[in-house]
Structures are given as C-alpha cells and as structure tokens.
Design a protein around this ligand. Structure first.
Ligand code: FEO
Length: 403
C-alpha cells in the first residue's frame, strides 16, 4: 500500500493531516469515483494537550498515527472532536484511543457519543456538546454549531475562534485528490469544482435545504479559513466555496444545458434520445447524454452530477414486464431525491403492449416537484410520427426558455 499523506500547516499550531485514498473505487460502496478522494483530519497543538479534529477510514490507522507523530506525540492528544460519525472520518478513532496512553476526551453531538458505542463498541470518555456551546481547551476557544443532516443527523461544525478556522466536515468538500492543499491556484480550482459538483449531487444532494440553512446560520460567524473533511482547504476565498454550494443547493442551471438520460434494451429508446439531442443541438442548446444499454453504461455519479446544473432533463426509457425498466426506476428515484426540482422534464417511453412507463415516471417526478412538460410514448420502433412529437416537445423547451 502506498497512499499519499500530507501534513501541512493551516494556521499557527494547526495542521492538516490529509490522506489521498487512491484505492477507493466506489464511495459509500455506490458512487463511481475514478478521481478518488481525500480524508482530511486536523491537529491543533498546544503544550497542554492537542486536539484532533476527525480521523480517517479505519484501514489507514497506521498512516494516521505516523502523520500525527510527525508534528506531535500521539499521547499528547487530549481531545478528539468528531464532526459526524460516518466511518470515513471516525473509523480510526477506536485505534487512536487504544494507542494513546491516557484516553482523550471525545467532543461530539450527543448522538455521536452514543454511536461510538453502537458502531465500535467503544466505551470512551465523552463530552456531548450543545449547539452554540463554546469550550476552552488548553487556551484555545472552540465553538460548536449544530448542522444536522450534513451529512448525518448528528453533524456539527467547529469554529476555532482564535485561528479563524471553520471545520465543516463533509460540507464544502469534494471528490478527487487535488495537487495542492489550498485554494490558491485558479487552474486547480477550475479542475476541482466539477468534482465538488459530483460530490454534492451524490452525497449531499438529498440534504440541500440543510446546506442553505447551515449557510444562513453562519451569517455572524467570523472565519478566514474553511477546513472541510474532503478536498481543498479554502483560505484565499472561502466565500467562493460557500457560494458554489449555495448555487448547487438551489440547482442553479447552466444556461442552455439539457441533460438526456436513456435506458435502452434493444436500441429504440437510444434512438429517441439521439434524435432529441440532435434537435436540441440544432437549436443551439448544449446536451449531455448519459445512458444504459446492452453494451455500455454510464457512471451513475457522473449522471447525477450533470443533472444538478441542467436547465431541463429528457428521460428516455422502455417498459419492462409491464412496468418501468428497473434501471430507469432506480435512476428516477435517485433523481427525485438528490436533484433540485427546478428543472422541467420530458419523458419518452417505448412499449410493446403495456403503455404504463410514461405515466408512472411522470407521477414519480411530479411527486418530487418537477414540472413534467411532456410525455411521449411510442409503440415498438421509433419512427417519423414520434419524431414529430419530439420536435413539438423541443419547441416547448425553447418557448419556455424565451419567456
Ligand atoms: Fe465524508 Fe458523511 O462522510
């Protein structure tokens, strides 16, 4: 195993401990991330005890102990702050507790304190913290802010007041292993932001309203650095990542971008998808296509990422056993949960004998708040009369854009 580890100073006495997990393939056992991910922990030093903020996945315990010992003695850790209990950040905590000679006190949401027992069987010294509570540890002032559902119910942020640093856990993070620790380089940021969008769509998307609430809650919090648990640390312009998250949470669309999703068993739904793409492009719109066929399939994570900043969605899917094709069904459920509903949808559905998919998909999307602009169903093959219906639908998109 040869993973990359960074130990870098963030502000006086505060270090990031970052590991680049280049072994991961599916984040949460689900999302395809060829760009990989980092886990960021932070260590605050003082002569009277050190504070560790979060940890790494359990399998990287040895690397984390080594990283800590580069700037401190692990036995000097007097406190561990857990921002939420997902094991990509808490996995090494039991190992750290067993390494340290005297047992660090855990500061966390009351629910996290309980979860330490249920997840790891750890009987640790815990100190549940309250929303807005300020504590002084070895002369360092820490204030805790509840940010439920970002990304688990017991999530907190920590504001390190003396250093002007806000630790935000998953929020304001992103996938990939950026070449730098900080947001200093514009080119690097441009490369990084699509990975943030993908991370948001897959991991945070369901909780987008909570993101907006958390941003609102930060209004009177004075910090100069955002230190998330994944990806870049924002010190040059922390407002930029806050604004970007806000834009994603609001589903702010890229002008003229239309996402096309297709599931196709024998090619007709694909044919319909390609036709609508050509018609949209003729009208000067930008299309992105993601599909599932008998010979290839897109990454679900990329598909969701492309939807979040699209203006409209075209969904082309066949009927299967007198119901929605299972893949299309799964995607529709994910879209309904994770994607802001301020996008119109056109459904195209092929069938052999049971014309149900269009109606069922429409009910699914309408139930999630999307506007279904049109349902085009066709029996058997995709032919000219359906093509004409597609042209009418494209006109509906164009008309609504010009209004
Ligand atoms: Fe990066 Fe919700 O854990």
């Amino acid at each position: 195993m040869c993973v990359k580890v960074f130990v870098n100073k963030i502000v006086k006495d505060l270090y990031i401990l970052r590991i680049d997990d280049d072994e991961i393939v599916y984040f949460e056992g689900l999302w395809e991330i060829p760009e990989k991910i980092t886990y960021n922990a932070y260590l605050l030093l003082s002569d009277d005890g050190c504070v560790l903020f979060d940890a790494w996945k359990a399998r990287y315990l040895n690397e984390l102990v080594e990283a800590i010992n580069k700037v401190a003695d692990i036995r000097d850790i007097s406190h561990i702050v857990i921002h939420h209990m997902e094991p990509d950040h808490s996995g090494c905590v039991p190992g750290i507790l067993s390494e340290a000679d005297f047992k660090p006190e855990i500061l966390a949401h009351p629910m996290s304190c309980q979860m330490l027992g249920t997840f790891y069987g750890v009987n640790a010294k815990v100190r549940p913290v309250h929303d807005g509570e300020e504590v002084n540890i070895a002369g360092r002032r820490l204030r805790f802010i509840y940010t439920s559902w970002l990304h688990w119910p017991e999530t907190i942020f920590t504001h390190y007041l003396d250093g002007g640093v806000l630790f935000t856990g998953d929020v304001f993070g992103g996938y990939s292993m950026p070449l730098s620790i900080f947001d200093d380089d514009e080119k690097l940021i441009q490369e990084y932001l699509p990975h943030v969008r993908k991370y948001f769509a897959t991991v945070i998307g369901t909780y987008r309203q909570h993101v907006l609430q958390a941003i609102q809650k930060l209004t009177n919090t004075d910090f100069g650095v955002i230190a998330p648990a994944h990806g870049l640390v924002w010190r040059k312009n922390p407002k930029r990542i806050i604004d970007y998250y806000s834009s994603l949470a609001n589903g702010h669309p890229e002008e003229g971008k239309i996402a096309i999703i297709y599931c196709s068993m024998y090619g007709e739904s694909l044919k319909a998808a390609r036709f609508v793409a050509e018609e949209l492009e003729k009208s000067g719109l930008k299309t992105v296509m993601h599909g599932f066929t008998d010979i290839s399939r897109t990454n679900l994570s990329d598909l969701l990422s492309e939807l979040i900043d699209s203006e409209a969605i075209i969904f082309s899917a066949p009927t299967y056993e007198s119901d929605i094709h299972p893949t299309a069904h799964w995607i529709a459920e994910l879209v309904s949960k994770k994607i802001p509903s301020n996008k119109s949808i056109i459904i195209m559905s092929s069938y052999g004998w049971s014309e149900v998919t269009g109606k069922k998909l429409s009910m699914q999307f309408k139930g999630a708040g999307f506007e279904v602009k049109d349902i085009i169903t066709f029996k058997g093959r995709f032919e000219e009369k359906t093509a004409e219906r597609v042209r009418e639908s494209v006109n509906k998109i164009l008309t609504s854009k010009s209004q």
